[in-house]
Design a protein around this ligand. Sequence first.
Ligand SMILES: O=P(O)(O)OC[C@H]1O[C@H](OP(=O)(O)OP(=O)(O)O)[C@H](O)[C@@H]1O
Ligand SMILES: O=c1cc[nH]c(=O)[nH]1
Ligand SMILES: [Mg+2]
Length: 217
Amino acid sequence: MNVHHVSAENSVLNQFLVEIRNKSVQQDKLRFRHNLERIGELLAYEMSKTLNYDVKEIQTVLGKHQKAVISDSLVICSILRAGLPMHNGVCRIFDDVNHSFISAYRTHNKANETFDIHIEYCATSDLTSKTLILVDPMLATGHSIVEVYKFIAQKFDISSLVILSAIAAKPGVQYLKKHLPKNTQIWIADIDESLNEKGYIVPGLGDAGDLAFGPKL
Ligand SMILES: O=P(O)(O)OC[C@H]1O[C@H](OP(=O)(O)OP(=O)(O)O)[C@H](O)[C@@H]1O
Ligand SMILES: O=c1cc[nH]c(=O)[nH]1
Ligand SMILES: [Mg+2]
């Protein structure tokens, strides 16, 4: 698995990350979602540099022009709910692609201090031979992404997997390395050291789904 830590190099991305983490600024839901959208755009742009390209010729009003354009067949799949704002950003970068939505939510299993992942909804086109771009702003333990991948891999033989996340915890990245295909590419805006006992990323930002859309019962 190839891990790209995008904010290792300073850019405007840092500003968006600081704003989603800041406990005062993040209370503004509109701004929180907008920043996740912008992070989605920037990750999509960076990731686009490693896709496959074919040279195409077009006709301008004055002559012919050749340029390499993306040849991969992409599908953007976001994990509900928190994936939706980043999804909007990613789909502003890749125009002519299909979109999939899959639900995954965690419940805390107090008996053995683990998390159960629940997948109850999946709306997708045929993913056979597609490059699947899986979008989720938070990669904490990594269990949600791995369960979503397993669910999809049971039904479709995808060509390759790309993951886009805003904030990841190191243990979650290690978990993905163990459980996802070797050729997976993962693009993370920022990587934090640890998780707390409730499986939240530290320092992280809190609950991305609740900050974007309000607390759920
Ligand atoms: O890496 P993991 O430990 O599996 O945790 C990450 C998951 O937790 C969050 O979803 P959540 O369950 O809070 O659902 P939500 O999007 O509805 O808020 C987040 O959006 C990820 O999907
Ligand atoms: O830190 C975390 C962990 C899981 N989900 C979140 O939204 N935040
Ligand atoms: Mg949540």
